[in-house]
Design a protein around this ligand. Sequence first.
Ligand SMILES: Cc1cc2nc3c(=O)[nH]c(=O)nc-3n(C[C@H](O)[C@H](O)[C@H](O)COP(=O)(O)O)c2cc1C
Length: 189
Amino acid sequence: MLKITILYGAIREGRLSIRAARAIEKALKESGKAEVSFIDIKTYHLPVMESRLFEMKNPPDSLLEISSLLSGADGIVLVSPEYNNGYSGAMKNAVDYFTKEWSHKPIGIVAGSNGKMGGINASNMMQLLVLAINAFPMPYKLLVPELQNALDEEGNPQNEIMAKNIKRFVSEYLWFVEAISNQVKKGSS
Ligand SMILES: Cc1cc2nc3c(=O)[nH]c(=O)nc-3n(C[C@H](O)[C@H](O)[C@H](O)COP(=O)(O)O)c2cc1C
């Protein structure tokens, strides 16, 4: 079993993108190949980052818990809504706390919006973010346009295209995680 951690980055009241996070959690679990942990940033109430975790003298348990879920994962999925042509500030704030936790992790990207573009700008920016943290962004991304119609509250796809795209994302992602995590387990060259 591959250990996968989903980091979901919207904290807005009434957030719709939780549907995309639940959809991917469900699909990964249903694959039978992944043990999934879910980090909902909203439940951690993280303050704006003034110091990275490794520089803190007395780190809060919340950060230690997130650190361990990230470090222990074979692969990570970042899920964010699109806000002002980018991913959420809450996502960036959470990511910035951590350093070595990201190293060489294969990372899948999921973005969504209530419009027709499905968070494409946010997804492109998340790919750049992943490069900055010394991790590997998977080329195929899952975009969810019209979140309110594409997925129900539990994350079940409401049309065939959505169902097909989720299936393709999960299949490519498991391949990607397996390939990179096997190499990581062999150790550095
Ligand atoms: C501050 C803010 C900025 C937004 N900017 C964009 C945007 O640039 N592009 C877009 O497609 N949707 C934009 N939206 C709409 C979101 O995509 C929409 O709220 C969607 O439901 C996903 O966000 P949620 O999880 O917070 O609901 C924005 C929403 C907010 C709150």
